[in-house]
Design a protein around this ligand. Structure first.
Ligand code: SAM
Length: 277
């Protein structure tokens, strides 16, 4: 018989790739998921042998570095729960900040919105649920990601239309937009060396990387196409790599956007750029 906190300690010490605090929180997350209890209600004593078989299988995946969101098949975003799988990026806190900014700055009803590179659909689905009567679209090059996004929209009862489109080669047929938003792939290939194994080995490269010689590829293409897709004086919102804020701002100036702003995330890193068409 072992005390709950002793059990957490024992399991988390086996998650060598994470620091202590993160390992403890992952083990708690896994136990809560499998035992169906909130941490505060968790029984004081547990027999290790009584833990379900599936928990041990999931624990093995965790030890191999697989992100817990893929193991459990879901991730939280802006207070909602989104399905995720290996074809979709795991939604990040920085992206919640981008969505929060859009919601803070856009209060009119009936806005028309497009999200480019939608993944799980976390951006357009949250906007459809939180904006007043918006008409919302999301697109992605990956059919597998779109499958997940459509399921999420259905589960969360969000009226979003999803389209398959390669933004680097096609112009989507969604014009007269009030808001164009994108969190496109933005990590230069050379950045792989510094990345955590659990991102590199498990998250889709298609969602993350851009060629070293052209890191602004998506921003340039979206800014150019945005001029055709957005109504005049309508809004563009980008999530960006912390090292490219100034470059993205100059690019938008060059493409004729006004009211350009660079904003930081909660960690104090340059993370969002917005402008008007
Ligand atoms: C950084 S992820 C963002 C996912 C989601 N919006 C989020 O914030 O969690 C970038 C997304 O862009 C998609 N993508 C990559 N290349 C694309 C292309 N050429 N056209 C459209 N979407 C693309 C990827 O499949 C991926 O879902």
């Amino acid at each position: 018989m072992s005390n709950y906190s002793e059990l957490v300690q024992k399991l988390s010490s086996q998650l060598e790739i994470y620091d202590n605090q993160e390992a403890t929180s992952l083990v708690n997350w896994l136990l809560e998921h499998h035992l169906g209890l909130r941490r505060v209600d968790m029984m004081h004593f547990l027999e290790e042998k009584d833990l379900p078989q599936k928990l041990w299988k999931d624990f093995d995946r965790l030890k191999k570095g697989e992100p817990i969101q893929y193991i459990l098949g879901k991730a939280p975003f802006y207070g909602y729960e989104f399905l995720v799988n290996s074809s979709t990026l795991i939604p990040r806190n920085e992206t919640e900040e981008l969505v929060h900014l859009i919601l803070k700055e856009n209060k009119l009803p009936g806005l028309k919105v497009l999200d480019i590179g939608t993944g799980t659909g976390c951006i357009p689905i949250t906007l459809a649920l939180e904006l007043d009567q918006a008409e919302v679209y999301g697109l992605d090059i990956s059919e597998k990601a779109l499958e997940v996004a459509r399921k999420n929209a259905k589960l969360l009862h969000a009226p979003v239309t999803f389209l398959k489109c390669n933004i680097l080669e096609e112009l989507p047929h969604v014009e007269e937009l009030d808001i164009l938003v994108s969190n496109p792939p933005y990590i230069p290939e050379k950045g792989k060396a510094e990345m955590h194994r659990n991102v590199l080995d498990f998250e889709p490269g298609l969602a993350l990387f851009v060629p070293d010689e052209d890191p602004l590829l998506f921003y340039r293409t979206i800014a150019e196409k945005g001029k055709k897709l957005l109504k005049p004086r309508s809004k563009l919102y980008f999530e960006i790599h912390e090292e490219f804020g100034t470059e993205v701002l100059s690019l938008l100036e060059e493409k004729g956007y006004s009211e350009r702003r660079l904003l930081k995330d909660l960690n104090g890193k340059d993370r969002m750029v917005t402008a008007r068409s």
